[in-house]
Design a protein around this ligand. Structure first.
Ligand SMILES: Nc1ncnc2c1ncn2[C@@H]1O[C@H](COP(=O)(O)OP(=O)(O)OP(=O)(O)O)[C@@H](O)[C@H]1O
Ligand SMILES: [Mg+2]
Length: 405
């Protein structure tokens, strides 16, 4: 099971340290922040987006309730549990209305902590948080042939499988798109058609016109078949289509060309996360540096840009640390080099999970999808692995390092 990042906010040091030691008994809990100051804690929650927050509302109830409301509004997948010394039913109702999933009276017992975690796991797994706006993940590199389409396609499939929510996969490589080849689809409609129907775009139109992939909650928006159609599409139209997708799909994964044109920039602007793909060699790292420079000039926050190292091989001459030092940017994810599995997926027009579910590269895509969607990825053979005493997380996933401050 992937670890659940948790933050604790309470100025009651005794209660906080008791809660902390209770939580630490659960191996999958990762306490990523502990604050006695409410405002400081709130700011860290917004910046670091943990999956679960415990907030003690006892000392400044109105500020705490306001913080809970804002966390709920800004971070739709974050679960907040409140702790209160005041157990007046009216007040408990007020706390629940602010968006806390559960309220615990102080002192919180070990059994309550355990129940709370069960509830949190369930909520994170089923994502019953109701729909707000979809998140856009754009896979980009200014270098060709680096794995953008492989990553976009398999990430979209993994997101759909893992979250069971609606996922749109958009091929913005308008002139040389490969997504339909990678998934062996012959869609009836494409993006050139959709932009001519802007006034008709609503949920039922999008569900009908995007090509559904098998039985999965994955819908593909293909590139146009003719080059001249691609040229007619404007960056404003792309913005309109992406905004419409956000109101219907929980996740939108965009595959791009290697060009920094206005259409790509329109997608990058609207993205929640940019997955900047590089491989571990000097030309690729230099190109990634150029992208990072441009993103800085575009005023993108550093945490919006997530470096993904593709075709990663252990013990290479250039290490991931070298890449991070050279770019002054953390590597968010590593995808192993697995030529045989990736090539056979591409050649058969199938996602990697259908070619080899057990492969390291499939694990990596599910781990990436879990990280980006704040979901849990529990591998089928987890029980067996944990019984054998292995460090499951260490073995199954590439490590996600927190952004450098
Ligand atoms: N993790 C991986 N392991 C092994 N081979 C990989 C991996 N990822 C991608 N490849 C190989 O790299 C090649 C290029 O991949 P892909 O088409 O996804 O790149 P791209 O960046 O989308 O290219 P383009 O710029 O042409 O759109 C493919 O042949 C694929 O087999
Ligand atoms: Mg491609």
């Amino acid at each position: 099971m992937q670890s659940i990042p948790v933050m604790l906010i309470s100025n009651d040091e005794v209660s906080r340290s008791e809660l902390k030691s209770d939580l630490e008994k659960f191996k999958y809990i990762d306490i990523v922040g502990e604050f006695n100051d409410l405002i400081q804690g709130f700011n860290s929650v917004i910046n670091e987006k943990p999956s679960l927050v415990f907030i003690d509302v006892s000392s400044s109830p109105s500020v705490a309730l306001d913080a809970i409301e804002k966390i709920n509004f800004q971070l739709r997948t974050c679960i907040v549990f409140a702790i209160s010394s005041d157990t007046d039913p009216e007040f408990i109702i007020q706390i629940m209305r602010s968006g806390a999933r559960e309220v615990f009276a102080k002192p919180v017992s070990q059994a309550e902590v355990s129940n709370a975690l069960d509830k949190a796991k369930h909520l994170l797994q089923t994502n019953t948080d109701g729909f707000t706006e979809g998140k856009i993940f754009t896979v980009f590199s200014n270098k060709g042939g680096i794995g953008k389409t492989t990553i976009a396609t398999n990430l979209a499939v993994s997101l759909a499988e893992l979250t069971n929510k609606k996922v749109a996969l958009v091929d913005l490589n308008l002139q040389l798109g490969d997504v339909t080849t990678f998934l062996d689809l012959s869609p009836s409609y494409d993006i050139a058609y959709i932009v001519t129907q802007i006034s008709r775009i609503d949920e039922s139109f999008l569900i009908k016109t995007l090509e559904k992939y098998q039985e999965k909650e994955l819908y593909v928006l293909a590139d146009p078949p003719y080059l001249e159609q691609a040229e007619e599409i404007t960056s404003e139209q792309i913005g309109t289509v992406l905004n419409a997708l956000k109101s219907v799909f929980s996740y939108i994964v965009i595959d791009t060309s290697s060009a920094f044109d206005s259409k790509t920039i329109s997608a990058l602007d609207l993205s929640d996360d940019i997955l900047l793909v590089s491989i571990v060699n000097l030309p690729s790292i230099r190109n990634a540096q150029r992208c990072l420079d441009l993103f800085e000039r575009l005023d993108y926050p550093k945490e919006k840009v997530k470096m993904v190292v593709n075709r990663y091989i252990e013990n290479e001459e250039i290490t991931v640390d070298d890449v991070e030092d050279a770019l002054n940017h953390n590597v968010y994810w590593k995808i192993p080099n697995n030529y045989f599995t990736v090539m056979s997926a591409i050649n058969r027009g199938m996602p990697i999970c259908e070619i080899n579910k057990e492969s390291n590269v499939n694990d990596s895509f599910f781990g990436l999808a879990a990280g980006l969607s704040n979901s849990l990825y529990v591998k089928d053979n987890e029980q067996a692995a944990s019984n054998s005493g292995n460090s499951l997380l260490g073995n199954l996933f590439s490590k996600i390092t927190p952004p450098k401050k």
